[in-house]
Ligand binder design. Structure first.
Ligand code: PHE
Length: 365
């Protein structure tokens, strides 16, 4: 028995060592440890042994099984490591070689719209501001007058990051935390005029919602700012964006914790060949209203959280889904396709890298 076991061990270890690939190794594994395997067969003989015999032979068979199992695991790791090395070596790209075809990509509609927004608002004196996508709870909620127990927190379907922070970290649920960052950066004593385009995240997914989406925030802080400034700014922006003078706005009373008063803004559309087209008289034919953004006068508490004295400074803010703007302007109807990375879609809806939006040349396509 002893020599049998030693011989079997030597044979098995040799064939494990000799396996040149994962498949060959697996065949050895089945031969040794499978249902009909040699080692499995030995284990089965334990039942028929006398207690003395079992005490003597049992540990040896178990040791054999362990040695074979370990050797297979080690060989598998080595083979996989070698395969990865070979793959990495084979897939090396020489980035200095000249391209053998023109690049197939194009500018994504979301990028195009962001460039259009920057261009339109630059003309109105707005700078572009940014903030982190991994945001702390204070900037995303508390400073925006959304205290811990506020139901708006639940409405946002927030992705929380694991970890033990004094202020929990979240994937920002909107671009509004950039309001606070922009005010803080301006230091509490000079006007602020910014837009903040970027990625935002909510745990939500269907034809019109994706867990990652894009928003643009607008913020003006100055002295003597009124709702009239807000309405004029939005009207000027939407006319420039949709490249039509006959854009009609409707401000509907609404609620956001960080603005008071708050208004949701609808734009009028008309129906042309069954398609909703922004602009024209919404009361005619099958026209109607479409909600495009949220807005309002910045809440006193938010102005204070940004380091400004709310008795002296006022402001307005708005927030708008960029993906939705792109869909309305360029006629896509499924949001999910935006993030599929399908070159055929991009070929159809994408823009030339040379097609930079300018106010003089038109911010359209
Ligand atoms: N942050 C709000 C949202 O994501 C939009 C908004 C921004 C509303 C600024 C008012 C002012 O729904």
């Amino acid at each position: 028995m002893t020599t049998d076991l030693d011989q079997l061990r030597a044979e098995l270890l040799a064939s494990i060592d000799a396996s040149s690939g994962v498949d060959a190794l697996d065949a050895v594994r089945v031969h040794a440890l499978g249902k009909q395997g040699a080692v499995t067969g030995l284990l089965k003989t334990l039942g028929g042994m006398s207690p003395e015999e079992r005490q003597e032979t049992g540990p040896r068979i178990h040791a054999l099984r362990e040695a074979v199992t370990d050797a297979i695991a080690a060989r598998k790791a080595a083979l996989e490591g070698a395969a990865l090395e070979a793959k990495l070596a084979a897939e090396t790209l020489d980035m200095t070689l000249p391209a053998d075809s023109v690049p197939a990509g194009s500018v994504h509609p979301v990028s195009q719209v962001m460039d259009e927004l920057a261009e339109i608002f630059a003309d109105l004196g707005f700078a572009v501001a940014t903030g982190p996508e991994i945001e702390d709870d204070w900037h995303n909620f508390t400073a925006l007058n959304i205290p811990e127990t506020h139901p708006a927190r639940a409405m946002h379907d927030t992705f929380y990051l694991a970890g033990d922070h004094a202020s929990p970290m979240v994937l920002r649920t909107h671009t509004s935390p950039v309001q606070i960052r922009a005010m803080k950066a301006a230091g509490g004593h000079k006007p602020v005029r910014i837009i903040a385009p970027g990625r935002t995240y909510r745990s939500d997914s269907d034809a019109t919602h994706t867990p990652m989406f894009h928003q643009v925030e607008g913020l003006v802080i100055d002295k003597g700012i009124t709702l009239g400034h807000l309405k004029w700014t939005l009207e000027t922006f939407l006319k420039a964006f949709f490249e039509r003078d006959d854009i009609v706005l409707r401000l509907r009373p609404s609620y956001f914790p960080f603005t008071e008063p708050s208004a949701e803004v609808d734009v009028g559309y008309t129906l042309i060949n069954g398609k909703r087209v922004i602009g024209g008289d919404p009361s005619k034919g099958d026209g109607g209203w479409m909600e495009v953004l949220g807005s309002g006068m910045v809440h006193r508490k938010v102005i204070a959280a940004g380091g400004y004295d709310p008795d002296e400074w006022q402001g307005f803010a708005f927030g708008c889904g960029i993906d939705r703007l792109a869909m309305l302007k360029y006629g896509m109807d499924d949001l999910r396709a935006f993030f599929d990375g399908d070159l055929r879609w991009l070929k159809h809806y994408g823009f030339s890298a040379l097609d930079v939006p300018t106010l003089s040349g038109g911010v359209g396509a």
